[in-house]
Design a protein around this ligand. Structure first.
Ligand code: GLN
Length: 543
């Protein structure tokens, strides 16, 4: 644990409505500070009682983001990694469930020596401890940014706010700062920006004992100096600390908007941080590439949670990164796997240049995905299967190329004669669902002279996992004889991590989730190469 008294804290709360982009705002602030040479980490505090989002349906929570050290965390951690280009850890996300769980464990052990265990001080002490010890154990941070989930006025986030109030007092004025992200709506009929919701939100914060130092105001367009001054006056915030967060078309523009609004310098001065001049040139170049692509292609994503795009957040962003690197805009066509089951596959995929099947759980839509993998294989369409997507491709190959009738995954059909995807021995007798999958980064060795090797350009890689089932090595020889090769294997366990089909222009399946490691300035290699393959496919089709 690396706690240092010189560490500064920035707390970010949200007001008026949810979905204002607190995660992006926190990540952007992280980038502005990092670009000034500071060591920064970001902690997300989640008010729900689940220990982690691992047991939540994607419809409830969107994607579960997995860290290298195997924590199942909030999807905001994905934004943090993509913006500040650093690996998050299990200590970058704390939930109410985790906080109470540790306090209750201590109580059972007798650590509280007969005292009554209460929200103040025991729960708030635990929260403060999580804040002070956020991030990597061996790093002393210049700044720890803390994003508080939920909206001011929620009952469930009160202990977090109380802990923040205490920590600000303990750290002292120069070492802690509060940012409140709020909405300043524009009412068309009146032709005016309205400040009242912000005033009310700040009033509630002040009643809790937190005076915001900076207001980040989400607004459709520039609100003008008069409105800014008015907000400052009514909310007791210096007018230069009322910063506009105007709507932008690409989330990666947000740090640039903040920088232009003077936020980076404001934070550095107020916290007396020793900084160098910010260097955002690479970031600006990346944003330019995203804004002005020369080419355009369409890639289909065939999944079962397609109505809620947040379920595939990291995949969507990976295509933005890969597109920027290939000078292309990647248009995503969302196809519901269940719908395919009643149609011909060509009806959905005839016009696309690549097909991706993402991860997922359970039976629904499986047969649709299996036929899509077959369609891509037979028609030489670039195909990328991730986790469940790879499993579907292998089932299809077993059935239709290797003649294994009704081959299946044990998750979908436990009685199948050919369990080509099977549960791991150590998973068989688990009774708890939470936190028990194969989670986090594992080493993978890549075979030389394969497409996979060309994709990564090296022999050893580490990618992140989140699954229970694996390729059944019993059938590997049969697959390889027919051209589906295991090109990436875990050196310790021999588990298959990557497959490719020989003779196909680009057919790759991965058991891990490469989307979790794609960064704005460092796209995931398989995503980048998949986009390249799709561009080639599109170019050749037109000819
Ligand atoms: N359901 C599959 C498994 O548990 C795949 C999981 C995933 O796609 N993340 O192995």
């Amino acid at each position: 644990m690396a706690v240092d008294n010189n560490t500064k804290y920035i707390f970010i709360t949200g007001g008026v409505v949810s979905s204002l982009g607190k995660g992006i705002a926190s990540a952007s602030i992280g980038l502005l500070l990092k670009s000034r040479g500071l060591r920064v980490t970001i902690l997300k505090l989640d008010p729900y009682i689940n220990v982690d989002p691992g047991t939540l349906s994607p419809y409830q929570h969107g994607e579960v983001f997995v860290t290298d050290d195997g924590a199942e965390t909030d999807l905001d951690l994905g934004h943090y990694e993509r913006f500040i280009h650093d690996n998050m850890t299990k200590k970058n996300n704390a939930t109410t469930g985790q906080i109470y769980y540790s306090v209750i464990k201590k109580e059972r052990r007798g650590d509280y020596l007969g005292k009554t265990v209460q929200v103040i001080p025991h729960i708030t002490d635990e929260i403060k401890y999580r804040i002070r010890t956020a991030g990597h154990d061996n790093v002393i941070y210049d700044v720890i940014i803390v994003e508080v989930g939920g909206t001011i006025g929620d009952i469930e986030s009160l202990p977090f706010l109380e802990a923040i109030r205490q920590l600000c007092l303990e750290a002292g004025h120069e070492n802690a700062l509060n940012i409140h992200l709020t909405l300043v709506p524009y009412i068309k009929a009146a032709g005016e920006f309205k400040t009242k919701p912000t005033q009310h939100s700040v009033m509630r914060l002040r009643a809790i004992g937190i005076q915001p130092d900076v207001l980040l105001c989400r607004c459709e367009d520039h609100m003008g100096t008069d409105i800014k001054n008015k907000i400052g006056l009514f909310c007791n915030v210096a007018k230069e600390a009322v910063v506009e967060a105007t709507d932008v078309s690409i989330i990666y523009q947000v740090p640039l908007v903040f920088e232009e609004g003077g936020l980076g310098n404001l934070l550095a001065q107020r916290l007396k941080l020793k900084t160098r001049k910010p260097n955002l040139s690479k970031w600006k170049a990346f944003v330019k590439n995203v804004q002005n692509p020369e080419k355009k292609i369409t890639i289909a994503i065939c999944g079962k949670y397609v109505e809620l795009k947040d379920s595939y957040k990291s995949i969507i962003e990976s295509f933005v990164h890969a597109g920027a690197a290939c000078n292309a805009h990647v248009e995503l066509k969302w196809v519901d796997a269940e719908e395919i089951e009643n149609h011909t596959v060509a009806q959905f995929f005839g016009d696309v240049s690549g097909i991706l099947i993402p991860g997922g759980f359970g039976n629904r839509g499986i047969e649709g995905k299996i036929s899509v993998a077959g369609y891509a294989r037979e028609n030489n369409i670039p195909f990328f299967g991730i986790c469940l997507g790879m499993q579907c491709a292998i089932i299809e190959f077993a059935r239709n190329v290797c003649g294994m009738k009704n081959a299946n995954g044990a998750e979908f059909s436990p009685q199948t004669d050919y369990p080509v995807i099977d549960i791991m021995e150590e998973q068989k007798n688990l009774s708890n669902l939470g936190g028990t999958m194969r989670l986090g980064a594992y080493e993978c060795k890549i075979k030389p002279d394969t497409k996979t090797f060309n994709i990564y350009g090296k022999q050893t890689i580490h990618e992140r996992h989140r699954h229970r089932y694996e390729v059944n090595n019993r059938y590997l020889d049969d697959f390889e004889k027919k051209g589906l090769i295991a090109t990436g294997v875990n050196p310790g366990t021999n588990l298959v991590e990557i497959v490719e089909i020989q003779g196909h222009p680009w057919f790759i399946g991965v058991q891990f989730h490469p989307e979790l490691k794609s960064r704005a300035l460092e796209p995931s290699p398989p995503f980048r190469e998949f986009v390249k393959a799709a561009l080639d496919y599109a170019a050749n089709r037109i000819v």
